[in-house]
Design a protein around this ligand. Structure first.
Ligand SMILES: Cc1cc2nc3c(=O)[nH]c(=O)nc-3n(C[C@H](O)[C@H](O)[C@H](O)COP(=O)(O)O)c2cc1C
Ligand SMILES: [Mn+2]
Length: 508
């Protein structure tokens, strides 16, 4: 069952013994972050800090910080249930595929007709506008002040306090392409926030559309609400797919939204807190540094600024936050949820893909392990190119392809296969493509002022190298007709007999 809002979720976590209430006085400056880091490191519970020095609002951290809590946040018992629903949707929605003789839209008319019921189901899950909601119990406009919120500073070198778990709502100047994204926001003053949306993210795209018209973009930032909304804000949906509709699909019920008080946007009615404002096309401020999920500080840089016009909240609002830094942290579970939920979509687009692991130590984009059902020469490289062509997977730096049957979630097993099946010259390829904004090792990371200096390669700002490793078993055609050895396996009859007789041996 989907949680209605963050407080029903808190109650559920507490009933399951997965939330502790901290009554000791703690500081929003570094102290809560240090506690959250330690809890995350030992797979601990969520924590609700009820006595934050200088504040009346409690702070919630770690609500998503386990696979179990992550599944509950999505209204399921296991993430796989959600992945199965997405798989059924992906199978029914026509996607542009490489198949021959597809229509202009990429799919046959028959496929579109088949998809109609599913699409109608999605349409019914559009947000439902209501006239009032608990997120507006208290409305502050002229006296709005970010200092009233217990916004955390996480790391000693951070440029200031940052909002870390926001749902940033924007739309294009025509009121279309509504988007909800999670972008950290640095507090610059009582009514000024930094907008750290990466260039390729949808919020930045909407902002550019307003900037082209020389107009300030309205923005609303929701905190809390059904936890599914927080997840949806992190999901890598293509531009134009409304995260609020996706959230409605995940929870099986429309998200209730209310009109903002000072900007023409709708926000989740059951949120705890909403910050409204505008982002001027010209204004920039120095944002950062920020201790990031890479395990390093991202350096300060110029980013757009939100001018706050209103802060609304529940009378007894809870402030939700997360602390990022070197793994394991809460965002690893949000990322793992995405890996599971989007695997069916990847498999629709690249059918030979069996499984994928974006290992936690790879911080989203540094590493990907992919297993494939290989039937033809060159297929591993074809899959690499396909993966590097899929949305945010384009940032993947080190991409390892193995055969189906190899457990991609077992790093030792994957590296065993790399060592055993790959020849460093024959089976690796170097490519160039977009680098992750957070990749400080890139020749000229996005945001640099000058192009890279690696001779001849990755010359542009924002470009980076990609290494593909084909650790699949080689077909005879790939190795001049040579027969490739099979990995060792027990004799099946003997293995069955030993299992049957195991007790008899007296080994345990
Ligand atoms: C805890 C957390 C913090 C994040 N911070 C940022 C950020 O500061 N800037 C950013 O562009 N993306 C950030 N992301 C990633 C985006 O939320 C994610 O890529 C999302 O798909 C973007 O949505 P959009 O494509 O609708 O813009 C963060 C993700 C998480 C889980
Ligand atoms: Mn989006």
């Amino acid at each position: 069952m989907a949680a209605h809002d963050i407080r029903t979720f808190i109650a559920r976590l507490e009933a399951a013994g997965q939330l502790v209430r901290v009554r000791a006085e703690v500081s929003a400056d570094l102290e809560i972050a240090e506690i959250a880091s330690r809890l995350a490191a030992r797979g601990g519970p969520a924590a609700l800090f009820q006595n934050v020095a200088g504040h009346t609002m409690p702070v919630l951290v770690g609500a998503f910080a386990s696979m179990e809590r992550m599944a509950w946040a999505l209204g399921a018992e296991r993430i796989d249930e959600v992945a199965e629903r997405v798989a059924r949707l992906a199978a029914s929605v026509p996607l542009a595929g490489p198949g021959p003789r597809r229509g202009a839209g990429g799919a046959s008319v028959a496929a579109k007709v088949k998809a109609l019921p599913k699409l109608l189901e999605l349409a019914r899950l559009r947000p439902k506008t209501v006239r009032s909601g608990p997120c507006q119990e208290i409305v502050r406009t002229d006296d709005a002040d970010l200092a009233r919120l217990p916004i955390l500073r996480s790391w000693p070198g951070d440029g200031g306090p940052f909002i870390t778990l926001p749902q940033v709502v924007t739309a294009d100047p025509d009121g279309k392409n509504r988007n909800v994204g999670m972008y950290r926001m640095q507090v610059f003053g009582p009514r000024r926030l930094g907008m750290h949306w990466h260039r390729d993210h949808d919020g930045a795209r909407n902002f550019r559309a307003w900037a082209e018209q020389g107009r300030a973009m309205p923005v609303a930032v929701a905190l809390g609400g059904d936890p599914v909304l927080t997840y949806a804000a992190t999901a890598p949906l293509p531009y134009g797919v409304d995260e609020l509709v996706f959230a409605g699909f995940l929870r099986g019920e429309s998200v209730r939204v209310v009109p903002c008080k000072t900007v023409p946007l709708l926000v989740p009615a059951d949120a705890e807190i909403v910050i409204e404002g505008t982002v001027d096309p010209e204004e920039r401020a120095r944002e950062g540094p920020f201790g990031d999920h890479t395990g390093y500080y991202t350096p300060a840089d110029e980013y757009p600024v939100m001018r706050v016009t209103a802060i609304t909240h529940r009378a007894d609002a809870v402030y939700p936050a997360t602390v990022v830094g070197r793994f394991p942290k809460e965002d690893c579970y949000l990322a793992k949820a995405t890996e599971r939920i989007f695997l069916p979509v990847i498999r629709t687009l690249v059918p030979e893909v069996v499984d994928i692991n974006l290992p936690i130590f790879g911080v989203f984009h540094n590493w990907a392990f992919v297993s494939i059902r290989k039937t033809r020469p060159g297929q591993a490289r074809q899959v690499m190119r396909a993966i590097w062509g899929l949305g945010q997977l384009a940032y993947t730096k080190f991409l390892v392809v193995v055969d189906e049957g190899v457990n991609v979630h077992d790093t030792d097993e994957v590296l065993w296969r790399v060592g055993a099946e790959a020849d460093p010259r024959r089976d690796t390829c170097l490519e160039t493509g977009p680098a992750d904004v957070l990749d400080h090792a890139a020749p000229a990371p996005p945001g640099s002022r000058r192009a890279g200096t690696s001779p001849g390669r990755c010359p542009a700002v924002g470009e980076g190298g990609k290494l593909g490793i084909d650790a699949t078993r080689k077909l005879p055609e790939e190795v001049g007709g040579r027969a490739w050895p099979e990995p060792l396996a027990s004799d099946p009859d003997t293995a069955a007999r030993v299992t049957r007789r195991w007790q008899e041996y007296g080994l345990e």
